[in-house]
Design a protein around this ligand. Structure first.
Ligand code: AMP
Length: 559
Protein backbone atom coordinates (compact mmCIF):
# COMPACT_ATOMS: atom_id res chain seq x y z
CA UNK A 1 0.00 0.00 0.00
CA UNK A 2 1.23 3.46 -0.90
CA UNK A 3 1.21 5.05 2.50
CA UNK A 4 2.95 2.18 4.28
CA UNK A 5 6.36 3.09 5.64
CA UNK A 6 9.08 0.90 7.08
CA UNK A 7 11.47 1.79 9.85
CA UNK A 8 14.42 -0.52 9.57
CA UNK A 9 13.48 -4.15 9.13
CA UNK A 10 11.44 -4.43 12.27
CA UNK A 11 8.83 -1.69 12.31
CA UNK A 12 6.20 -0.37 9.97
CA UNK A 13 3.50 2.26 10.10
CA UNK A 14 0.84 3.87 7.94
CA UNK A 15 0.94 7.61 7.31
CA UNK A 16 -2.72 7.94 8.23
CA UNK A 17 -2.13 6.58 11.75
CA UNK A 18 -0.87 9.83 13.20
CA UNK A 19 -1.22 10.04 16.99
CA UNK A 20 -0.04 13.58 17.51
CA UNK A 21 2.78 15.95 17.00
CA UNK A 22 5.16 17.78 19.26
CA UNK A 23 7.62 20.61 18.75
CA UNK A 24 10.14 18.69 16.69
CA UNK A 25 8.47 15.36 16.22
CA UNK A 26 5.52 13.56 14.79
CA UNK A 27 4.13 10.50 16.54
CA UNK A 28 2.48 7.66 14.62
CA UNK A 29 0.97 4.36 15.58
CA UNK A 30 3.00 1.48 14.16
CA UNK A 31 3.73 -2.17 14.55
CA UNK A 32 6.63 -4.46 15.33
CA UNK A 33 6.48 -6.80 12.32
CA UNK A 34 8.23 -9.58 14.18
CA UNK A 35 6.00 -9.69 17.25
CA UNK A 36 2.87 -7.88 15.96
CA UNK A 37 3.00 -5.62 19.00
CA UNK A 38 1.48 -2.19 18.42
CA UNK A 39 4.02 0.56 19.10
CA UNK A 40 4.20 4.33 18.94
CA UNK A 41 6.90 5.71 16.65
CA UNK A 42 8.23 9.18 17.23
CA UNK A 43 9.77 10.59 14.08
CA UNK A 44 12.16 13.51 14.34
CA UNK A 45 13.24 15.03 11.05
CA UNK A 46 16.90 15.98 11.04
CA UNK A 47 16.16 18.75 8.57
CA UNK A 48 13.89 20.37 11.15
CA UNK A 49 16.74 20.38 13.65
CA UNK A 50 19.70 21.34 11.49
CA UNK A 51 18.74 24.93 11.09
CA UNK A 52 19.13 25.49 14.83
CA UNK A 53 22.87 25.19 14.37
CA UNK A 54 25.53 23.37 16.33
CA UNK A 55 24.09 24.12 19.75
CA UNK A 56 21.00 22.08 19.21
CA UNK A 57 22.93 19.24 17.61
CA UNK A 58 25.13 19.07 20.72
CA UNK A 59 22.00 19.17 22.85
CA UNK A 60 20.56 16.34 20.81
CA UNK A 61 23.69 14.22 21.20
CA UNK A 62 23.24 14.62 24.94
CA UNK A 63 19.56 13.78 24.81
CA UNK A 64 20.24 10.74 22.64
CA UNK A 65 22.64 9.56 25.32
CA UNK A 66 19.90 9.94 27.96
CA UNK A 67 17.42 8.15 25.72
CA UNK A 68 19.78 5.23 25.28
CA UNK A 69 20.35 5.08 29.03
CA UNK A 70 16.60 5.10 29.52
CA UNK A 71 16.11 2.36 26.93
CA UNK A 72 18.56 0.24 28.92
CA UNK A 73 16.92 1.17 32.17
CA UNK A 74 13.54 0.14 30.76
CA UNK A 75 15.01 -3.29 30.16
CA UNK A 76 16.60 -3.60 33.58
CA UNK A 77 13.99 -2.09 35.84
CA UNK A 78 10.46 -3.12 36.44
CA UNK A 79 8.87 0.29 36.35
CA UNK A 80 5.58 0.34 34.47
CA UNK A 81 5.24 4.08 35.12
CA UNK A 82 7.71 5.19 32.51
CA UNK A 83 6.68 5.03 28.88
CA UNK A 84 9.02 2.30 27.74
CA UNK A 85 11.49 3.15 25.01
CA UNK A 86 12.14 0.06 22.93
CA UNK A 87 14.64 1.37 20.48
CA UNK A 88 16.32 4.43 19.13
CA UNK A 89 17.08 4.32 15.40
CA UNK A 90 18.79 6.78 13.13
CA UNK A 91 18.68 7.07 9.33
CA UNK A 92 20.19 9.66 7.00
CA UNK A 93 17.16 11.90 7.38
CA UNK A 94 15.41 11.00 10.61
CA UNK A 95 15.66 9.86 14.17
CA UNK A 96 13.08 7.27 15.23
CA UNK A 97 12.13 6.51 18.81
CA UNK A 98 10.13 3.32 19.17
CA UNK A 99 7.87 3.59 22.19
CA UNK A 100 5.39 1.50 24.11
CA UNK A 101 1.96 2.43 22.71
CA UNK A 102 -0.45 4.08 25.18
CA UNK A 103 -4.04 3.53 24.15
CA UNK A 104 -5.81 6.10 26.37
CA UNK A 105 -4.23 9.39 25.41
CA UNK A 106 -2.64 11.79 27.86
CA UNK A 107 -3.44 13.05 31.35
CA UNK A 108 -4.05 16.42 29.76
CA UNK A 109 -6.91 14.95 27.68
CA UNK A 110 -8.30 13.26 30.78
CA UNK A 111 -8.30 16.45 32.89
CA UNK A 112 -10.15 18.20 30.11
CA UNK A 113 -12.62 15.38 29.60
CA UNK A 114 -13.79 14.52 33.12
CA UNK A 115 -15.60 16.88 35.45
CA UNK A 116 -13.63 16.07 38.57
CA UNK A 117 -10.90 13.66 39.59
CA UNK A 118 -11.48 12.52 43.18
CA UNK A 119 -8.76 12.92 45.81
CA UNK A 120 -8.19 9.18 46.13
CA UNK A 121 -7.72 8.80 42.37
CA UNK A 122 -5.38 11.81 42.29
CA UNK A 123 -3.28 10.22 45.04
CA UNK A 124 -3.17 6.99 43.05
CA UNK A 125 -1.94 8.88 39.97
CA UNK A 126 0.64 10.73 42.08
CA UNK A 127 1.79 7.43 43.59
CA UNK A 128 2.53 6.04 40.13
CA UNK A 129 4.32 9.10 38.84
CA UNK A 130 6.42 9.41 42.00
CA UNK A 131 7.74 5.93 41.33
CA UNK A 132 8.80 7.09 37.88
CA UNK A 133 10.56 10.12 39.38
CA UNK A 134 12.25 8.02 42.02
CA UNK A 135 13.74 5.80 39.31
CA UNK A 136 14.92 8.83 37.32
CA UNK A 137 16.44 10.49 40.41
CA UNK A 138 18.32 7.29 41.28
CA UNK A 139 19.88 7.50 37.83
CA UNK A 140 20.57 11.22 38.00
CA UNK A 141 18.15 12.04 35.21
CA UNK A 142 15.90 15.08 35.34
CA UNK A 143 12.94 15.00 33.00
CA UNK A 144 12.60 18.82 33.03
CA UNK A 145 9.32 18.89 31.19
CA UNK A 146 6.75 17.32 33.50
CA UNK A 147 3.25 18.42 32.58
CA UNK A 148 -0.08 16.67 31.95
CA UNK A 149 0.60 16.48 28.20
CA UNK A 150 3.63 14.32 28.92
CA UNK A 151 1.83 11.75 31.05
CA UNK A 152 0.42 8.97 28.90
CA UNK A 153 -2.22 6.46 29.91
CA UNK A 154 -2.18 2.82 28.96
CA UNK A 155 -4.97 0.56 30.25
CA UNK A 156 -5.41 2.80 33.30
CA UNK A 157 -1.68 2.99 34.08
CA UNK A 158 -0.07 6.44 34.17
CA UNK A 159 3.26 6.65 32.41
CA UNK A 160 5.75 9.44 32.21
CA UNK A 161 6.72 10.06 28.61
CA UNK A 162 8.46 12.43 26.24
CA UNK A 163 12.00 12.33 27.53
CA UNK A 164 13.50 13.02 24.17
CA UNK A 165 14.63 16.60 23.73
CA UNK A 166 12.73 17.55 26.85
CA UNK A 167 15.15 20.30 27.85
CA UNK A 168 15.13 21.73 24.37
CA UNK A 169 11.38 21.72 24.40
CA UNK A 170 11.30 23.64 27.64
CA UNK A 171 13.55 26.25 26.11
CA UNK A 172 11.15 26.50 23.21
CA UNK A 173 8.17 26.86 25.46
CA UNK A 174 9.99 29.50 27.46
CA UNK A 175 10.00 31.56 24.33
CA UNK A 176 6.29 31.17 23.94
CA UNK A 177 5.86 32.24 27.53
CA UNK A 178 4.18 29.19 28.99
CA UNK A 179 6.20 27.80 31.81
CA UNK A 180 3.79 27.35 34.68
CA UNK A 181 5.52 24.16 35.83
CA UNK A 182 9.07 25.51 35.97
CA UNK A 183 10.76 25.43 39.37
CA UNK A 184 12.21 28.68 40.82
CA UNK A 185 15.79 27.42 40.46
CA UNK A 186 15.39 27.56 36.68
CA UNK A 187 15.31 31.35 37.07
CA UNK A 188 17.41 32.13 40.11
CA UNK A 189 20.13 29.52 40.18
CA UNK A 190 22.79 28.12 37.88
CA UNK A 191 22.25 24.59 39.03
CA UNK A 192 19.24 22.40 39.28
CA UNK A 193 18.66 18.68 39.65
CA UNK A 194 15.88 16.14 39.52
CA UNK A 195 14.03 18.07 42.25
CA UNK A 196 12.68 20.32 39.48
CA UNK A 197 10.50 17.37 38.53
CA UNK A 198 9.06 17.12 42.06
CA UNK A 199 8.04 20.78 41.92
CA UNK A 200 6.35 20.21 38.55
CA UNK A 201 4.66 17.00 39.71
CA UNK A 202 3.26 18.87 42.74
CA UNK A 203 1.74 21.49 40.45
CA UNK A 204 0.51 18.82 38.06
CA UNK A 205 -1.30 17.10 40.96
CA UNK A 206 -2.76 20.48 41.94
CA UNK A 207 -4.13 20.74 38.40
CA UNK A 208 -5.54 17.21 38.53
CA UNK A 209 -7.36 18.03 41.80
CA UNK A 210 -8.57 21.54 41.15
CA UNK A 211 -8.43 21.89 37.35
CA UNK A 212 -6.34 24.99 37.97
CA UNK A 213 -2.84 26.06 37.00
CA UNK A 214 -1.46 27.61 40.18
CA UNK A 215 1.20 29.84 38.64
CA UNK A 216 -0.29 31.73 35.75
CA UNK A 217 0.00 35.32 34.60
CA UNK A 218 -0.38 37.76 31.79
CA UNK A 219 3.18 37.42 30.54
CA UNK A 220 6.26 35.26 30.87
CA UNK A 221 7.67 37.79 33.27
CA UNK A 222 4.52 37.79 35.35
CA UNK A 223 4.52 33.99 35.70
CA UNK A 224 8.22 33.99 36.52
CA UNK A 225 7.75 36.59 39.26
CA UNK A 226 4.89 34.62 40.77
CA UNK A 227 6.92 31.41 40.75
CA UNK A 228 9.73 33.25 42.53
CA UNK A 229 7.69 35.18 45.07
CA UNK A 230 4.10 33.93 45.49
CA UNK A 231 3.94 31.28 48.22
CA UNK A 232 2.18 28.02 47.45
CA UNK A 233 -0.76 28.06 49.87
CA UNK A 234 -3.84 25.87 50.04
CA UNK A 235 -5.79 27.63 52.80
CA UNK A 236 -8.44 29.04 50.49
CA UNK A 237 -11.94 27.55 50.91
CA UNK A 238 -11.92 26.29 47.33
CA UNK A 239 -9.14 23.81 48.04
CA UNK A 240 -11.22 21.04 49.58
CA UNK A 241 -8.79 18.16 50.16
CA UNK A 242 -7.42 16.37 53.23
CA UNK A 243 -4.80 18.11 55.40
CA UNK A 244 -2.49 15.17 54.79
CA UNK A 245 -2.49 15.72 51.03
CA UNK A 246 -2.17 19.50 51.45
CA UNK A 247 0.95 18.90 53.57
CA UNK A 248 2.50 16.65 50.97
CA UNK A 249 1.78 19.06 48.11
CA UNK A 250 3.30 21.96 50.07
CA UNK A 251 6.43 19.88 50.63
CA UNK A 252 6.62 19.23 46.89
CA UNK A 253 5.97 22.80 45.80
CA UNK A 254 8.67 24.18 48.09
CA UNK A 255 10.70 27.03 46.61
CA UNK A 256 13.89 25.84 48.34
CA UNK A 257 15.13 22.90 46.27
CA UNK A 258 17.23 21.59 49.15
CA UNK A 259 14.29 21.54 51.52
CA UNK A 260 11.93 20.18 48.85
CA UNK A 261 10.88 16.59 49.45
CA UNK A 262 12.44 13.90 47.22
CA UNK A 263 10.44 11.26 45.34
CA UNK A 264 11.68 8.53 47.63
CA UNK A 265 10.77 10.48 50.79
CA UNK A 266 7.35 11.31 49.38
CA UNK A 267 6.64 7.66 48.61
CA UNK A 268 7.19 6.85 52.30
CA UNK A 269 4.24 9.08 53.25
CA UNK A 270 1.44 6.96 54.80
CA UNK A 271 -0.97 8.70 52.44
CA UNK A 272 0.08 6.09 49.85
CA UNK A 273 -0.49 3.04 52.09
CA UNK A 274 -3.86 2.28 50.53
CA UNK A 275 -2.35 2.35 47.04
CA UNK A 276 0.11 -0.41 47.85
CA UNK A 277 -2.79 -2.70 48.78
CA UNK A 278 -5.05 -1.62 45.98
CA UNK A 279 -5.79 -4.64 43.71
CA UNK A 280 -5.31 -2.38 40.70
CA UNK A 281 -1.71 -1.74 41.75
CA UNK A 282 -1.10 -5.42 42.32
CA UNK A 283 -2.48 -6.19 38.87
CA UNK A 284 -0.26 -3.55 37.31
CA UNK A 285 2.83 -5.03 38.92
CA UNK A 286 1.86 -8.60 37.95
CA UNK A 287 1.29 -7.53 34.36
CA UNK A 288 4.67 -5.81 34.44
CA UNK A 289 6.32 -9.06 35.55
CA UNK A 290 4.68 -10.89 32.63
CA UNK A 291 5.65 -8.15 30.21
CA UNK A 292 9.18 -8.25 31.57
CA UNK A 293 9.46 -12.00 30.97
CA UNK A 294 7.96 -11.54 27.50
CA UNK A 295 10.41 -8.76 26.60
CA UNK A 296 13.38 -10.81 27.66
CA UNK A 297 12.13 -13.71 25.56
CA UNK A 298 11.62 -11.43 22.54
CA UNK A 299 15.15 -10.11 22.98
CA UNK A 300 16.49 -13.65 22.80
CA UNK A 301 14.41 -14.45 19.70
CA UNK A 302 15.57 -11.23 18.05
CA UNK A 303 19.18 -12.06 18.65
CA UNK A 304 18.60 -15.37 16.86
CA UNK A 305 16.81 -13.61 13.96
CA UNK A 306 19.69 -11.15 13.56
CA UNK A 307 22.15 -14.03 13.46
CA UNK A 308 20.02 -15.86 10.87
CA UNK A 309 19.68 -12.74 8.74
CA UNK A 310 23.42 -12.31 8.70
CA UNK A 311 23.69 -15.84 7.29
CA UNK A 312 20.97 -15.43 4.67
CA UNK A 313 22.25 -14.27 1.26
CA UNK A 314 20.78 -10.86 0.50
CA UNK A 315 18.57 -10.76 -2.68
CA UNK A 316 20.03 -10.51 -6.21
CA UNK A 317 22.42 -7.74 -7.26
CA UNK A 318 19.73 -6.16 -9.40
CA UNK A 319 17.28 -5.96 -6.51
CA UNK A 320 19.90 -4.26 -4.39
CA UNK A 321 20.63 -1.71 -7.11
CA UNK A 322 16.93 -0.98 -7.46
CA UNK A 323 16.62 -0.50 -3.73
CA UNK A 324 19.54 1.90 -3.74
CA UNK A 325 18.11 3.85 -6.66
CA UNK A 326 14.79 4.12 -4.82
CA UNK A 327 16.63 5.36 -1.76
CA UNK A 328 18.47 7.99 -3.81
CA UNK A 329 15.22 9.14 -5.45
CA UNK A 330 13.56 9.42 -2.09
CA UNK A 331 16.41 11.40 -0.63
CA UNK A 332 16.34 13.72 -3.63
CA UNK A 333 12.62 14.29 -3.17
CA UNK A 334 13.13 15.02 0.51
CA UNK A 335 15.92 17.46 -0.32
CA UNK A 336 13.71 19.24 -2.82
CA UNK A 337 10.91 19.47 -0.33
CA UNK A 338 13.24 20.84 2.33
CA UNK A 339 14.48 23.43 -0.13
CA UNK A 340 10.91 24.42 -0.91
CA UNK A 341 10.17 24.82 2.79
CA UNK A 342 13.35 26.84 3.35
CA UNK A 343 12.44 29.15 0.46
CA UNK A 344 8.98 29.64 1.94
CA UNK A 345 10.40 30.50 5.35
CA UNK A 346 12.88 32.96 3.84
CA UNK A 347 10.13 34.63 1.87
CA UNK A 348 7.95 35.08 4.96
CA UNK A 349 10.90 36.47 6.89
CA UNK A 350 11.86 38.85 4.07
CA UNK A 351 8.23 39.95 3.91
CA UNK A 352 8.27 40.85 7.58
CA UNK A 353 11.66 42.57 7.39
CA UNK A 354 10.47 44.59 4.40
CA UNK A 355 7.44 45.78 6.28
CA UNK A 356 9.48 46.59 9.36
CA UNK A 357 11.86 48.60 7.19
CA UNK A 358 8.90 50.53 5.73
CA UNK A 359 7.51 51.28 9.17
CA UNK A 360 10.93 52.25 10.50
CA UNK A 361 11.22 54.71 7.66
CA UNK A 362 7.99 56.33 8.81
CA UNK A 363 9.35 56.68 12.33
CA UNK A 364 12.60 58.15 11.00
CA UNK A 365 10.64 60.70 9.02
CA UNK A 366 8.67 61.67 12.12
CA UNK A 367 11.96 62.18 13.98
CA UNK A 368 13.45 64.12 11.08
CA UNK A 369 10.43 66.44 10.97
CA UNK A 370 10.58 66.83 14.72
CA UNK A 371 14.26 67.77 14.65
CA UNK A 372 14.10 70.06 11.61
CA UNK A 373 10.65 71.50 10.89
CA UNK A 374 8.65 70.81 13.98
CA UNK A 375 7.01 74.22 13.80
CA UNK A 376 5.21 73.51 10.54
CA UNK A 377 4.73 69.76 10.79
CA UNK A 378 3.45 69.29 14.32
CA UNK A 379 0.41 67.25 13.39
CA UNK A 380 2.07 65.29 10.65
CA UNK A 381 4.59 64.00 13.17
CA UNK A 382 1.77 62.66 15.31
CA UNK A 383 -0.10 61.23 12.34
CA UNK A 384 2.95 59.38 11.10
CA UNK A 385 3.98 58.04 14.48
CA UNK A 386 0.51 56.86 15.36
CA UNK A 387 0.14 55.12 12.03
CA UNK A 388 3.54 53.43 12.48
CA UNK A 389 2.75 52.26 16.01
CA UNK A 390 -0.47 50.63 14.92
CA UNK A 391 1.09 49.09 11.82
CA UNK A 392 3.67 47.29 13.96
CA UNK A 393 0.87 45.92 16.13
CA UNK A 394 -1.01 44.77 13.02
CA UNK A 395 2.12 43.08 11.76
CA UNK A 396 2.40 41.16 15.04
CA UNK A 397 -1.26 40.11 14.78
CA UNK A 398 -0.93 39.05 11.17
CA UNK A 399 2.10 36.98 12.06
CA UNK A 400 0.02 35.11 14.59
CA UNK A 401 -2.85 34.61 12.15
CA UNK A 402 -0.43 33.32 9.49
CA UNK A 403 -1.53 36.17 7.26
CA UNK A 404 1.82 37.45 6.09
CA UNK A 405 2.27 36.72 2.46
CA UNK A 406 5.95 36.99 1.75
CA UNK A 407 8.33 39.58 0.42
CA UNK A 408 6.01 41.31 -1.99
CA UNK A 409 2.62 40.64 -0.56
CA UNK A 410 0.84 42.29 -3.47
CA UNK A 411 2.07 39.30 -5.50
CA UNK A 412 0.07 36.98 -3.19
CA UNK A 413 2.14 33.89 -2.62
CA UNK A 414 0.28 31.79 -0.10
CA UNK A 415 2.24 29.43 2.14
CA UNK A 416 0.95 26.05 3.15
CA UNK A 417 0.55 25.02 6.78
CA UNK A 418 3.72 22.92 6.77
CA UNK A 419 5.83 25.95 5.91
CA UNK A 420 4.21 27.88 8.74
CA UNK A 421 4.82 24.99 11.12
CA UNK A 422 8.53 25.00 10.26
CA UNK A 423 8.56 28.78 10.32
CA UNK A 424 7.40 28.85 13.94
CA UNK A 425 9.97 26.20 14.85
CA UNK A 426 12.78 28.37 13.52
CA UNK A 427 14.65 29.80 16.48
CA UNK A 428 15.37 33.09 14.70
CA UNK A 429 11.63 33.64 14.42
CA UNK A 430 11.39 34.05 18.18
CA UNK A 431 14.04 36.73 17.91
CA UNK A 432 11.96 38.40 15.25
CA UNK A 433 8.80 38.27 17.38
CA UNK A 434 10.68 39.65 20.40
CA UNK A 435 12.09 42.43 18.20
CA UNK A 436 8.61 43.33 16.98
CA UNK A 437 7.34 43.45 20.53
CA UNK A 438 10.24 45.72 21.52
CA UNK A 439 9.72 47.97 18.54
CA UNK A 440 6.03 48.27 19.31
CA UNK A 441 6.76 49.31 22.88
CA UNK A 442 9.46 51.76 21.81
CA UNK A 443 7.18 53.38 19.25
CA UNK A 444 4.28 53.55 21.66
CA UNK A 445 6.49 55.31 24.18
CA UNK A 446 7.80 57.70 21.56
CA UNK A 447 4.27 58.53 20.42
CA UNK A 448 3.10 59.17 23.96
CA UNK A 449 6.14 61.38 24.65
CA UNK A 450 5.49 63.42 21.52
CA UNK A 451 1.80 63.74 22.30
CA UNK A 452 2.62 65.01 25.76
CA UNK A 453 5.01 67.61 24.37
CA UNK A 454 2.57 68.79 21.74
CA UNK A 455 -0.26 68.91 24.22
CA UNK A 456 1.73 71.05 26.61
CA UNK A 457 2.79 73.25 23.67
CA UNK A 458 -0.84 73.68 22.65
CA UNK A 459 -1.90 74.26 26.23
CA UNK A 460 0.64 77.07 26.67
CA UNK A 461 0.32 78.75 23.28
CA UNK A 462 -3.23 78.07 22.14
CA UNK A 463 -5.31 77.53 25.28
CA UNK A 464 -8.53 78.11 23.31
CA UNK A 465 -7.75 75.37 20.83
CA UNK A 466 -6.22 73.00 23.31
CA UNK A 467 -9.22 70.68 23.45
CA UNK A 468 -9.23 70.36 19.69
CA UNK A 469 -5.53 69.53 19.58
CA UNK A 470 -5.97 66.96 22.28
CA UNK A 471 -8.78 65.25 20.43
CA UNK A 472 -6.71 65.00 17.24
CA UNK A 473 -3.75 63.51 19.07
CA UNK A 474 -5.84 61.10 21.13
CA UNK A 475 -4.05 58.16 22.64
CA UNK A 476 -6.24 55.49 21.20
CA UNK A 477 -3.59 53.29 19.67
CA UNK A 478 -5.93 50.60 18.46
CA UNK A 479 -7.50 52.41 15.55
CA UNK A 480 -5.69 53.56 12.45
CA UNK A 481 -6.29 57.11 11.36
CA UNK A 482 -8.53 57.14 8.34
CA UNK A 483 -6.17 56.69 5.40
CA UNK A 484 -7.76 59.53 3.46
CA UNK A 485 -7.36 61.94 6.34
CA UNK A 486 -3.76 60.87 6.79
CA UNK A 487 -2.94 61.24 3.13
CA UNK A 488 -4.76 64.60 2.82
CA UNK A 489 -2.80 65.92 5.75
CA UNK A 490 0.55 64.88 4.30
CA UNK A 491 -0.42 65.99 0.81
CA UNK A 492 -1.33 69.49 1.96
CA UNK A 493 1.91 69.77 3.85
CA UNK A 494 3.88 68.54 0.85
CA UNK A 495 2.34 71.25 -1.34
CA UNK A 496 3.14 73.81 1.27
CA UNK A 497 6.77 72.66 1.50
CA UNK A 498 7.06 72.57 -2.27
CA UNK A 499 6.07 76.24 -2.52
CA UNK A 500 8.51 77.02 0.26
CA UNK A 501 11.30 75.30 -1.55
CA UNK A 502 10.55 77.28 -4.72
CA UNK A 503 10.60 80.53 -2.81
CA UNK A 504 13.73 80.00 -0.81
CA UNK A 505 17.09 81.21 -2.07
CA UNK A 506 19.23 79.34 0.40
CA UNK A 507 20.55 76.19 -1.29
CA UNK A 508 20.97 74.38 2.01
CA UNK A 509 17.40 74.93 3.10
CA UNK A 510 16.17 74.07 -0.40
CA UNK A 511 18.07 70.81 -0.25
CA UNK A 512 16.71 70.02 3.17
CA UNK A 513 13.12 70.67 2.12
CA UNK A 514 13.51 68.58 -1.02
CA UNK A 515 14.92 65.72 0.97
CA UNK A 516 12.01 66.02 3.32
CA UNK A 517 9.57 66.05 0.41
CA UNK A 518 11.02 62.92 -1.10
CA UNK A 519 10.82 61.22 2.22
CA UNK A 520 7.26 62.38 2.77
CA UNK A 521 6.33 61.15 -0.66
CA UNK A 522 7.67 57.70 0.22
CA UNK A 523 5.70 57.59 3.44
CA UNK A 524 2.62 59.23 1.90
CA UNK A 525 1.50 55.90 0.48
CA UNK A 526 2.54 53.86 3.46
CA UNK A 527 0.59 50.79 2.48
CA UNK A 528 2.48 50.50 -0.77
CA UNK A 529 5.66 51.37 1.06
CA UNK A 530 5.20 48.51 3.49
CA UNK A 531 4.63 45.95 0.78
CA UNK A 532 7.71 46.83 -1.24
CA UNK A 533 5.69 48.32 -4.12
CA UNK A 534 6.82 51.86 -3.80
CA UNK A 535 10.55 51.90 -3.35
CA UNK A 536 13.68 50.01 -2.63
CA UNK A 537 13.77 50.92 1.03
CA UNK A 538 17.32 49.85 1.82
CA UNK A 539 18.66 51.90 -1.08
CA UNK A 540 16.46 54.83 -0.12
CA UNK A 541 17.80 54.82 3.44
CA UNK A 542 21.36 54.78 2.05
CA UNK A 543 20.43 57.86 0.01
CA UNK A 544 19.08 59.59 3.12
CA UNK A 545 22.23 58.84 5.09
CA UNK A 546 24.54 60.09 2.35
CA UNK A 547 22.24 63.05 1.72
CA UNK A 548 22.07 62.06 -1.94
CA UNK A 549 18.77 63.35 -3.36
CA UNK A 550 19.30 61.73 -6.76
CA UNK A 551 19.85 58.36 -5.13
CA UNK A 552 16.65 58.85 -3.12
CA UNK A 553 14.73 59.85 -6.24
CA UNK A 554 16.01 56.86 -8.20
CA UNK A 555 14.56 54.48 -5.60
CA UNK A 556 10.98 55.61 -6.04
CA UNK A 557 8.97 53.34 -8.28
CA UNK A 558 6.55 55.92 -9.67
CA UNK A 559 3.76 54.38 -11.68
P1 AMP B 1 5.14 14.39 22.06
O1 AMP B 1 5.96 14.78 20.87
O2 AMP B 1 5.81 13.39 22.92
O3 AMP B 1 4.62 15.59 22.80
O4 AMP B 1 3.84 13.61 21.49
C1 AMP B 1 2.82 14.24 20.79
C2 AMP B 1 1.53 13.46 20.94
O5 AMP B 1 1.67 12.14 20.42
C3 AMP B 1 1.09 13.26 22.39
O6 AMP B 1 0.35 14.36 22.84
C4 AMP B 1 0.25 11.99 22.29
O7 AMP B 1 -1.06 12.30 21.88
C5 AMP B 1 0.93 11.20 21.19
N1 AMP B 1 1.86 10.20 21.76
C6 AMP B 1 3.15 10.39 22.11
N2 AMP B 1 3.69 9.27 22.59
C7 AMP B 1 2.72 8.33 22.55
C8 AMP B 1 2.65 6.93 22.93
N3 AMP B 1 3.71 6.31 23.44
N4 AMP B 1 1.50 6.28 22.75
C9 AMP B 1 0.42 6.92 22.23
N5 AMP B 1 0.41 8.22 21.86
C10 AMP B 1 1.54 8.93 22.02
Amino acid sequence: MADRKCVGKKYEYFLKDKLGSGTFAEVVKGQNKQTDEVVAIKIIKKSALEKYGDDILEQIQLEVKILKELANLSKQTKCPFINRIYEFLETANNFYIILEYCNQGTLYDQIKKVKKIEEKEAIFILFQLLQALSLLANNNIAHRDIKPENVLIKDGVYKLGDFGFASQKSLYKTHLGTFPYMAPEFFNSDSYNSKVDIWALGLLTHEVLFKELYYIGKSQYDVQQKILTKPYLLNDQKYKISEQLKNLLCKMVNKDQNARISAQEALADPIFDFCKHDPRYQNIMEAEQLNWDHLNKVDQIQETIVLQEQDTPIGGKKQKEEEEQQKRDKEKLIQEKNQFIQNGISSIKEGILDKIAGITLMVQLADYLYDNIQQVCRFEILYILKQATILIQQLRDRLEQKAILGKHDHVKIEFDSEIWMHFYEDISVFQLIDDLENQKNKMKKKYIDYVKQFNSFAFQNFPDNYQKVESIANLNLSKLIDIQLYQDQLFTKMQFLKQDSLKTQDENIKNQIQKCLLWMYAVYDYQKLCSGQLLNIQKFIKGIISNDLDEMKSCLIVS
